[in-house]
Write a protein that binds this ligand. Structure first.
Ligand SMILES: NC(=O)c1ccc[n+]([C@@H]2O[C@H](COP(=O)([O-])OP(=O)(O)OC[C@H]3O[C@@H](n4cnc5c(N)ncnc54)[C@H](OP(=O)(O)O)[C@@H]3O)[C@@H](O)[C@H]2O)c1
Length: 284
């Protein structure tokens, strides 16, 4: 597996996103707890050393599953979490971005993951819950920098951020990764990915497979058939080939899907296939 740096931490580019392990709507316990634990153990046994999570998945559920399945953690495992939201009793996503709420969220993650220090914390911006929107991040990043100085956080990332917010944050503290929505169809961040690649900063697309409604495209299906792969594998291989700073965190609650996704690491897309796949966004 090829690797990339998250600050001083080396991770395989093929990781795993744990959000799908919580119950429906990322709320409450999983429908199949044994399967959720099995997915986590299989991921790490297969070489995954980068897991993405948050204490607001469940809430608390996903982190507690990670702890139950994997603690004590392997030395080379990097767990990336995110803060900035709380869940309403109706499963809604509520901004929680005051300094006190950010500090409480860090402690929630530490407690539920069973850690003394969080490897990477993404500041999940909520100026618009559904996508990046401009807004001043100085107070948010300053608070994370303080938590880093105090030794509770090792590295800082940003999520749901605009290019301008990434630049502003980088002026306040080192930023090791940006986690935004990006996939074959949703390519709003093309320029940002290239900018971050030049500076050695990881870009970690969420919804790499399309999210709750996985990608559907006749071009993708045709390319997959030609390569004797699944459409999801091709979508992941396309991301790996898109830029060397892209780290993958596909989510699944299924061991079978996990195995398929991890195998995408070995799929090499010929130039003609990449050109065809680049047309998916244009025709979407
Ligand atoms: N920063 C943010 O705001 C943010 C937002 C969303 C997500 N995230 C992170 O990004 C990670 C990835 O996003 P995601 O999990 O929401 O979406 P995703 O990886 O794009 O897709 C997950 C969906 O694809 C299905 N799937 C996975 N592998 C498959 C396969 N091989 N064949 C067919 N279907 C498959 C899953 O269903 P099954 O469970 O049935 O496999 C699930 O419905 C999350 O786990 C989370 O850690 C971050």
């Amino acid at each position: 597996m090829s690797t990339f740096q998250l600050g001083d931490l080396t991770v395989n580019r093929m990781g795993y996103g744990a959000m799908q392990l919580a119950g429906p709507h990322v709320f409450g316990p999983p429908q199949d707890r044994a399967q959720a634990l099995a997915v986590l153990r299989e991921a790490v046994a297969s070489g995954v050393n980068h897991i993405d999570t948050s204490d607001f998945y469940g809430p608390h559920v996903t982190n507690q599953l990670i702890r139950e399945a994997l603690h004590p953690y392997r030395d080379d495992l990097t767990i990336v979490t995110k803060i900035g939201a709380l869940r309403g009793s109706d499963a809604s996503w509520l901004p929680a971005q005051s300094p006190a709420q950010l500090e409480a969220a860090v402690h929630d993650n530490l407690r539920n993951l069973g850690l003394d220090v969080l490897d990477v914390v993404n500041m999940r911006l909520m100026f618009d819950v559904m996508g990046p929107a401009e807004g001043d991040v100085e107070a948010l990043i300053t608070k994370l920098a303080e938590l880093r100085e105090r030794g509770l956080i090792r590295h800082i990332g940003l999520s749901n951020a605009t290019a301008a917010q990434v630049r502003q944050a980088r002026g306040i503290a080192p930023i090791v990764c940006v986690q935004n929505q990006y996939n074959l169809v949703h390519r709003h961040d093309d320029a940002l990915i290239d900018e971050l690649a030049r500076d050695g900063i990881a870009y970690v697309p969420f919804f790499p497979l399309g999210g709750f409604t996985p990608l559907q495209s006749s071009q993708l299906a045709e390319v997959a058939a030609q390569l004797a792969a699944t459409p999801m594998q091709v979508a992941l291989a396309w991301l790996l080939q898109r830029s060397p700073n892209i780290l993958l965190i596909p989510g699944t609650s299924s061991v079978a899907h996990l195995r398929q996704n991890l195998a995408a690491d070995k799929l090499v897309l010929p130039a003609a296939a990449v050109a065809r796949l680049n047309g998916v966004a244009a025709s979407a």
